[in-house]
Write a protein of this length. Sequence first.
Length: 273
Amino acid sequence: MIKACVIGYPLGYSRSPAIHRYWFSRYGIEGTYDAVPVAPESLKENILRLAEQGYAGFNATIPFKETIVPFCHTIDDAARAIGAVNTVVIDKSGKLQGRNTDATGFALNLQQKYPGYEWQAGTAFVLGAGGAARAILHALKEKKVPRILIANRTEEKAQQLAQHFEVEVVPWKDRESVLKGIHLLVNTTALGMTGKPPLDLSLVHLNKSATVYDIVYAPLMTPLLQNALAQGNPVVTGIGMLLHQAAPAFEAWTGVRPEVDSTLERIVLEAAA
Ligand code: ATR
């Protein structure tokens, strides 16, 4: 019996149980995956308890992605570069291996949609400077994208990320004027999500071959992606990033590399609706 869970606080919105339970069932693996709310002040006791109880590992979500780092015995390169852990593998001796699979999730999603996608063909432009932007900048650097730009409403946050990842800052007010030379545009802000205003960005100057990637997945087709589609640009929705970041965690806990298929996508979207 393989035991895994997601820890966070509060946890009402987590899609991870639906993803991992689907894979346990699809691959005939006996396993459980629960959502475990953990009070931030008792993080350490709770993760020690999971190790004692024989858990194979767990996912960490808000507010623990950064605070869990000091409790991990090892940290992989992605987690170190991003400064956050989203996946923990508990080894046989109870030691915690901290990993971050968000960057690979981001890249695999694009590659599954557009096999043979050429990362090095041009400039990438990232909007937003939160935790998701950190993972995406790491992925773009790993893929050796030749030029990477970032813009954020609060420019200071963009400057901090630009320094850390060695990318260039575009002032938020100039975000439309750089679109002409862009090969990949990524929205990492929450704008366009159900209940939030759409991203304020005209795409009229966007290069016609540029791929537009929105990490928001509720709704799947954000106003940004609808505009991009209407102009004939290739688009990538955010649901795949969520599903693909889960796959390496499932593989680490069970030894089975799961497939991200359309049934899983439907199940998770229905859970998000
Ligand atoms: P996450 O860690 O999930 O990426 P976050 O840290 O809350 O989320 O980041 C949200 C991003 O959306 C930030 O870049 C934020 O910009 P600020 O740094 O200026 O706050 C951006 N964002 C949120 N609301 C916005 C708005 N109305 N206009 C522009 N950017 C917005």
